[in-house]
Design a binder for this molecule. Sequence first.
Ligand code: ADP
Length: 284
Amino acid sequence: METELTNDTATEARQTMTQGVDNDNGPSQKERPEVRMRARDLNLWYGNTQALHDINLDMYSREVTALIGPSGCGKSTFLRCLNRMNDLIPEVRLEGRVELDGEDIYDHSVDVVQLRTHVGMVFQKPNPFPKSIYENIAYAPRLHGTGTSRAELDALVESSLKRAGLWNEVADRLDTPGTELSGGQQQRLCIARAIAVNPEVILMDEPASALDPLATATVEELIHELKDNYTIVIVTHNLQQAARVAGYTAFFHMGKIVEFSDTDTLFTNPTEQRTEDYITGRFG
Ligand code: ADP
């Protein structure tokens, strides 16, 4: 669910930007980093209804890119295109390209299971497997053969939980079901699970919207740390969150990208009137 934007919300998001809290975006003219994923002329239909129109977007290596915009504007649909999650939805038709390191992920030769080890996903509602904390992490590496011996898997479980900032909280109870953790811990477990298969890109669909403010802050800090090693694309309806965690932001409206720029510029000096109207709470 989208929450309605208020002028206060927009003002706070702008203040977050201008104060530079938790943010190291740098100047708007900064040199753009290496492109990890790229959408080119992407159009998508659910049956006869077109949900994405001519989407072009570069997503940079070791950066967080936020996708913002009102409910139903196509953010989640676009995110799902990035690891072919829409393949699972009947009646979806797609035109255009999505590239990972220059290769079209929709090429017939692409193994979708393999693709999803390169482009992982974290969902809005934490969804740990009904298994132990240990097995939540070890399951996919064992399946993909990246961890075979018990010692290898132990090391992978430990390093993934450490990267997700969860190790200290669960090291003494790895056999406990993942579902018994708090909501915030479950979400970090899901992030650890995504990390365990060594992805290049992590997609996050409103990863903190089901969490309380403290757990949200912890997950935001984690996203900020993860960007040093991964390309992150995050859907969020929370403008302050985009301002805090993302170096780049794309504003979606009615299935199109209205504006894309570094987050500083988008929030403090947008080019398009529709962006200005959205971030100042005139519609949402
Ligand atoms: P957002 O994430 O910005 O809220 P979505 O990507 O969920 O937007 O939705 C974009 C549009 O596509 C909406 O009109 C929505 O109703 C439609 N849509 C989303 N998922 C499906 C689906 N599985 N089948 C049909 N239409 C869908």
